[in-house]
Structure formats: C-alpha cells, structure tokens
Design a protein around this ligand. Structure first.
Ligand SMILES: C[S@@+](CC[C@H](N)C(=O)[O-])C[C@H]1O[C@@H](n2cnc3c(N)ncnc32)[C@H](O)[C@@H]1O
Length: 345
C-alpha cells in the first residue's frame, strides 16, 4: 500500500487541533504523527498516494493546519552544512527528470527554534541556490515560484520535499506570512485583516462602505480607508489621531449596542472585538440588518480555553439564518483566536 509523508505546521499551541482535523479527514487509523517541533510542527503519514492526500487536505480547507509540504527524502545527518550539501545534491538528482529547465524554484528552509546549533535557513539557502542552477538549470527565486523546495532540519534528520506552491496551503515558508511594518502603522492588528484578504481571496477595493465594530486604535479601519472604502468605525475607545480627519471616515465613539444604521447600508462588516465568542455573536447579530444581503463579514473569534471546534460550532449556530460561513481560518497573525469569512443571507 502506498504511503505519503508530509510536514504539517500550525500556529504554536494549535498542532493538536491541526492533527485532529487530519484525523477526521483521513480516519484516525489511517494517519500517523511524529513531532518535529512540539505543539507546532509534525510529520503526518497517510496511507494514500501523495497526490490524493494533498487533494483531500486542500479540499477540506483546514482551519488550524496552516501549512504542509511533502517529504521526498528523510536523511540522517550530523547537522553540518557539508552533510546538508551532500544530501541536497542527491535530492536534486532525483528531481532532475521532473523539473523543466528554467523553472523558478523557491527554497524554504526551516528548523525548530530550539535547534540553535543547526545551520541557519539562510545558510541552507545559500548552498542550495547554486545547486539549483548547476544541477537543475533552474532559477532560484523568493516569490512567484513554479516549485517550492522545502527543507526541514532537526538534530537527527534533514527532510526535503518538492511541491507546487498551491499544494502547500500557503506559499510562505511554514505559512508564516510576513508583511512589512510601515512607518506610522496604527496597529499590528492591521496584519490580521491584510492576511484575511489574502487567505480568503478577497479584494477589499471592490467594496464601497464598511462597518468596523471594535475599530480602535484603527489598524483595520486604516487598511479599508487605504483601499478606498468609506468606513464607519464604532468603538468607545479612541481612534488613532492620524485617522480621525479622514474624509471617508465616520467615527462613532460608542459601544456596538448603542449605534443605529440604515438597513443594508454596508456591503462589508468587520469585527475584531476582544470579547467571548457568544457575546460577540450577540452584538454582531443585532447589527446584521445594516449589512446588505450578500454582503461580506470578516470576524475575529476568541478561542477561550482552546475549545476550538466547539467555539466554531457555537458561532456558526449563533449566526444560522443570518450568515453563512464561507471559511474559518486560524491566520498566522491570529493568537488565541481565528478569523471567519461569512456572507449575509
Ligand atoms: C483588538 S481591539 C481592535 C483592534 C482593531 N481591529 C485595530 O486594527 O486596531 C478590540 C477593540 O474592541 C473594542 N470594543 C470592546 N467592546 C466593544 C463594544 N461593546 N462595542 C464596540 N467596541 C468594543 C475595544 O474598545 C477595543 O478597542
């Protein structure tokens, strides 16, 4: 029987939830796990052809499994660059028949944070990039790759795997999406909404009028204003001074249950309130009349006591009849929370 081994990564502390998703997908008896970085990164082995295993994971749109990459070879090594070079050279030989000349290949090297004695990912990349050119006549790139060559190092083993970027769930190394911090950025929370836009395949520039509930200090509001939307921001706390005079901003210094709008006034509703999920759904449901039918909602959900699956079920139940869940995802920029993409019915 054929078997596929892949490396899975979640946000730190949520690997058990990611593994649970895989158990539910493949049945508990058909998948085995081994830790690489406990709580975060693990190998999973399934009794299926790799293509089929990957197809099933992609189709399931997992919430907690942030990234996966295949394992073509697992080589025992002593943690030196010399051994890495030898293992990677033989990996290239195996890839030569599959990789057309001139292919753009991105190397994504990772290791557990605790493995401080191992070579750095950039040192690994600096020995692979010349090999890509000499062994495969390929072009080393960072983004927009045809293929990703994943390298994962532990004290005992060097794992290598070649895959199409779309087959890794995320084309960022380990799914760690890194945005550049801008001068004067209002809050780091902005990255969450930027990442949600990418993860859910949205373009906020297509919307006209957004309601931002729990908007302060204004990271999400600032992104939506930059995208050209009119934004109504609701929060009893202060918005950043750089935003308040923006001509397309309406700022209501009130709580969510103190505001009234025209029915269907907004085509986008975003909510990033740090409340328990049940209180959040109550407040959002009461404002749902203001989002027009077919409108989009992006909502952060706190995961209390890590009861992740129960929380998702309760939120979906609370919104039943008013909103349909399109996708739930724990984003790289989510901490003890996840992000929902819903459509108003
Ligand atoms: C995590 S912060 C939001 C960060 C924001 N998304 C950003 O990008 O800067 C949560 C906000 O929710 C607000 N909040 C809490 N309860 C609220 C309520 N009942 N109505 C409106 N806002 C509320 C808090 O005042 C706080 O500013």
């Amino acid at each position: 029987m054929s078997e596929a081994m892949l490396i899975g990564t979640s946000n730190r502390g949520y690997a058990q939830q990611a593994q649970e998703e895989l158990r539910r997908l493949f049945s508990p008896a058909a998948v085995r796990f081994a830790w690489l970085a406990p709580g975060e990164t693990f190998t999973f082995t399934v009794e299926l052809e790799r293509e089929e295993a990957v197809r099933r994971v992609l189709a399931a749109e997992p919430v907690f499994l942030r990234h996966m990459c295949p394992v073509d070879a697992q080589t025992s090594w002593n943690g030196t660059l010399e051994e890495a070079a030898a293992a990677l050279k033989s990996a290239m030989e195996a890839y030569r028949p599959f990789v057309p000349t001139g292919s753009a290949i991105a190397v994504q090297a990772r290791k557990p944070e605790t493995e401080t004695g191992l070579p750095s990912p950039s040192a690994i990349k600096s020995i692979i990039d010349p090999l890509l050119e000499s062994q495969l006549s390929a072009v080393p790139v960072v983004r927009q790759a045809d293929w990703i060559l994943s390298v994962y190092m532990t004290g005992e083993s060097l794992f290598t795997g070649l895959s199409r970027p779309a087959h890794n769930l995320s084309d960022w190394a380990g799914g760690a999406v890194r945005f550049r911090k801008e001068d004067g950025q209002v809050s780091r929370a902005k990255f969450k909404l930027l990442e949600a836009e990418l993860a859910f395949g949205l373009d906020f520039g297509q919307y006209k009028h957004a309601l931002d509930i729990g908007a302060a200090p204004g990271g999400w509001t600032s992104l939506l204003l930059e995208r050209g939307l009119a934004v109504t921001a609701v929060d009893p706390a202060k918005l950043d001074a750089s935003l308040v005079k923006h001509p397309k901003l309406t700022y209501l210094a009130k709580k969510a249950d103190e505001v009234v709008f025209v029915s269907g006034q907004f085509d986008l509703l975003v909510c990033d309130m740090s409340w328990s999920h049940r209180q959040m759904t109550k407040l959002v449901r009461e404002l749902m009349y203001a989002l027009k039918p077919g409108g989009t909602a992006i909502i952060t959900v706190k995961l209390m006591h890590k009861k992740a699956f129960q929380t998702i079920r309760e939120v979906v139940d609370d919104f039943a009849g008013t909103m349909t869940l399109q996708q739930a995802k724990q984003l790289f920029h989510n901490r003890d929370e996840l992000t929902l993409f819903l459509i108003r019915q």
